[in-house]
Structures are given as structure tokens and as C-alpha cells.
Design a protein around this ligand. Sequence first.
Ligand code: 5GP
Ligand code: SF4
Ligand code: MG
Length: 453
Amino acid sequence: CGVFGIYAPEMEIARLTYYALYALQHRGQESAGIAVSDGRNIDGHKGMGLVSEVFSVHQLEKLNGKMAIGHVRYSTTGSSLVANAQPLVVHYQQGMMALAHNGNLTNAYELREELGKDGVVFQTTVDTEVIVKLIARYRRINLEDALIKTMLDLRGAYALVIIAENKLIGVRDPYGLRPLCIGQVGGHYCLASESCALDTIGAELVRDVEPGEIITIDEEGLHSRQGLPSQNRAGCSFEYIYFARPDSTIDGINVTESRRQMGIELAREFPVDADIVIPVPDSGMSAALGYSEESGIPFQQGLLKNRYVGRTFIQPTQEMREVAVRLKLNANTRVLKGKRVIMIDDSIVRGTTSSKLVDMVRRAGAKEVHLLISSPPVLYPCYYGIDTAEREKLIAAQMDIEGIREFTGADSLHYLSSEGLIRALNGSSVCLACFDGDYPASVPSTKGGKLNL
Ligand code: 5GP
Ligand code: SF4
Ligand code: MG
């Protein structure tokens, strides 16, 4: 998911939030929502679909106030329903609160059971509602302290934006699993999942929210408080590999640059005798450029992308994903005919994309197809908000590398090593759990399972 928040009394906050969500659209395409506050009342609009489908000019004009938060959703827990769209807006003793969440709680099931025993009722099936209910329950103490108490209860990944009690608040989990950054525009502050949203609205990147930090923005400006001590920093490496937009900078590392470095590392680890390097657009683009740069093998655009198709992976069913691959990408015979091709993609999850594309590139006349992947094999599920599927669907958890090569039909197959990946990320401390099973935060109990609440 993607989140955004802004506190800017003199600005058109709904419109700015709309543009920011537009820039974060790649983080979720199922639903979108905006909530605005005048300091007391909260108003909002949300719906299923893309940001551009959910909001009309008319609706944006009706949303006025001095602060706003917004959300784009891609479902990892809870079904794809409008009731599960965010921000969640609730009434509690101190007034109204709106909250938007990126990430996945790993103990939502247990927390829900516990709250349920106390008579708390839930209106949605998303883990996020648990957070709202916990904050409301602890609010006998002041809001920031209630937030700290809530953070103590939460396990897993969360980057939150909240409006309540005339404040805009941003929270990042103690591992910093999901990104969240602070921006400044016209003397006002905003918060966003990725810096590309700040660029879009003309805001400057101030800094990233630190793991475990609570940022409060109000009339007096910005305040910081360490909500929980930061654990081992473990930002999601998959943000760099695939998920984030290439023009974003997360925790000091530019996404395009990190992907280019992954390509360079790949070229050092696996030199292949070939005529051209082609990316799987868009996600393999920078890695293919890096590979070409390091190896001296020319970069060519052998696969063309239909600009009007969204992210195929995000389609909920397997059949939809398969058709979507062909709808999304086509091979350019002129470039590929008679060539020994290195095809670079960022990752293989289920194997759908790679096997279709190797076949497509061969049919277009390629003599050899070498598949190089700019991340290690995805062996374990993510419980922290990236939908890399259950273990049974992960091809690398089912077959060895030779089996996957055979399945995809490639002449050779190479994955970047985790050492190479870390080098490409300047040695930073990141989460690699989907590659090595070493989960930084707790994982769900078998009872909670993958939390299809
Ligand atoms: P596969 O077809 O193997 O299931 O998925 C691999 C393709 O989906 C790659 O081209 C990659 O760019 C994209 N992808 C990989 N992992 C993810 C993910 O966790 N989320 C989304 N949305 N897309 C992914
Ligand atoms: Fe990111 Fe993988 Fe960790 Fe999930 S398990 S947070 S996808 S690195
Ligand atoms: Mg891709």
C-alpha cells in the first residue's frame, strides 16, 4: 500500500493528496481514499479502483480542511472490498480519528480476539482496524502515549499516517520494515511512503522517519519522539528490488541507482557470452542497464510494454495474471532475431512471467535466452506487506535452480547472490526474509495464519 499525509492550512490539501496518491499508485491499485480534517471533523471519500477512478474534481472540491491523509491499497490481508478501503475513519471519546496503514501486522488475529472478548466490534476485515481500536482504547492517556502503548502491542510491519485531535501523526515500526518519509512544501510538512510523491507535489525531502519514531505535525510545526527503541534496522529490500518507484530515495538509497548496482553485481557474478541485454520492462530496466554497462554487451529493448496495463502481479487470480503478461508485454522481432539474448528481470515469484517471456523471446527468433534475475530466489513468504504468495506457490520453494531453468525454458538461469544484493544496497541492514527465511519481526502464529480475517 501507499500512504500520504499533509498538514497545510492554507493549501489545497485534498488536491495535493490526490496528486501524491497518483504518484504512489504503483503501491496499490485496488482502492484509494482521502480523509480531510478541519481540526475537529473528519470528512472523506474512498472507493474501489485507481486514484483517477475514485476521485472526480467535484469530489475533491468538497474535501476541505487543514490536514489530510490518503491511501492506496493492494490487499495482503482482508478481502478486496470497499469496506476495507482506507483511511479508516472512526469516532472515539476524544472526537474523530482517521488512519491509513501500509504494512502487515503479524498478530492481528490475536489482538482481534482479545479486543473481541472486551466487546469491541469490527466493521472491516483488515488488520488496520485493530490499530484504530487499540489507540481508542488507550486514549485515557494523551494521544502520543496511547500510540506508544499501541506500538507495544503491535507486531509486524506498519507505516501509519493518522489525523486526530488537530494533529497529523506519522509512525514507523521499530524495524522500519515499510518506508515513510517527511517532506516540506510551502513551509508545511507532509509524510509519504515514497519520496516520488513529494517530488510530484513540489515538496522537498526532509528525511526518512526513523524506525520506531513518532512524528507529530501540528500548528507549531514538527515534533519527533522515539515511540519504541529502534530494533535492528530492517527496511524491506524488496522495495529496492521491485516495489518502489525508481525515482524514489528510501532510507538514503536511490531506487534506480540500487537497481543499476544490482545489474552491475549480476554482471560480475555471471558473465554470459551474448549479443544483447534486454530488460523485462519496467522493473528489470535499471538492472539491465547496469549489466550492460559492466559487461559491455549492448542494451536493447527487445520487449515492449503496453503503457495502459498496470502491474500484472497485483491481479488477484492466476488466470488473470497469465493473460495480463501477454497483454502487457510483446517481443520485438527486429531486435531479437538470431541473437543470443540476456533477459533481465528483477525477480521470479511464481514463475508465470519468466516462462511466458522466455517463450515469447524465442518465438521472436532469439537463438539463446539467458535469464538473469537481479535478486536471490524468493523462498519464503513475506508477512510484512508484500504479497509474494504462500510458500507452495513460490517456484523457488518447489524446485531447485535447474528445475526452474527447465520450467522457464531458458538456456541458463542465474540469480543475484544475497551478498551481491547487499553490496548493491551499500551494505545497509535490510530485511531479506523472503530470500533467507530470517524474519526480523515476529511471524504470524499458525492460528492467525496468513490472516485472511
Ligand atoms: P511471477 O510471474 O514470477 O509470479 O512474478 C514475477 C514478476 O512479478 C516480476 O516481473 C516482478 O517484476 C513482479 N513481482 C515480483 N514480486 C512481486 C511482488 O511481491 N509484488 C508485485 N506486485 N509484483 C512482483
Ligand atoms: Fe520485504 Fe521480503 Fe522482508 Fe517482506 S520478507 S519485508 S518482501 S524483504
Ligand atoms: Mg516485472
